[in-house]
Write a protein that binds this ligand. Sequence first.
Ligand code: IPD
Ligand code: CA
Ligand code: CA
Length: 266
Amino acid sequence: MNPMLNIGVRAARAAGRVITKHMGRLDSLRIEKKGHNDFASEVDREAEAEIVETLLKAYPDHGVMAEESGQLGNADSEYQWIVDPLDGTMNYLHGYPHFSVSIALYEKGRPYQAVVYDPVRQELFTGGKGEGAYLDGKRVRVSGAAKLSDALVGYTYPYKQGDDLTLPLATLKALTENTSGVRREGSAALDLAYIAAGRLDGAWMHGLKQWDFAAGALLVREAGGLVNDYQGGDSWMQSGNLIAASPKVHHGLLQTYASVQREHSE
Ligand code: IPD
Ligand code: CA
Ligand code: CA
């Protein structure tokens, strides 16, 4: 395994131990409201501190962009780690056992190594640029689903008070009508890892932050999938609005969203 990925894995497992350790005392956690439906707990912060310490101890010259702390370490380094210590905080706080740790390493601004770790199932998804994607060390590929109608797809929309839901709900309706099923599980990083592992055939995702998708998007691409914005371009890295899927399902998702947009611009 790439030595940098190895350190990323060590950091993710350390964060996972923090997360599971506190699962029996969810009622007494200190929770901070960052915005509407947006929370961080002491567990997010403790897990993040564990990750940052592991990464910067091994690589003191690297930079780290972490969800709860912002930019740390050397912001000018060609190596930048992108960290979400707990993706799926809402699930976690409710005791709904579906969340993950997401750690990506960018090299010269490009995704280089990726880890998504599920501390409940103890499943480790890893990948490296040009090296493929792996689940617990075994190579994974996106699903071979040939048609959108056979696909199980994820849908992620972070609702904020006052949001106009017309287009997102029209998209959800179209996905419900045109696929085998839609899942809204609450951990975008894990959705992407599941696409890489062929458990989901694709996903429509809106309003993600870089730490939500940095690791998962590399896993999807390394597993033979596609990640694009809603027009098939690359603006998703800035906007966080993306379609990720196996190639045939990706095409179907782009077409479905285009028809939703057409209907709503008439
Ligand atoms: C959230 C999850 C969720 C997505 C939200 C994210 P958090 O991350 O990934 O699936 O819909 O947009 O903010 O806040 O639990 O780290
Ligand atoms: Ca997140
Ligand atoms: Ca988080």
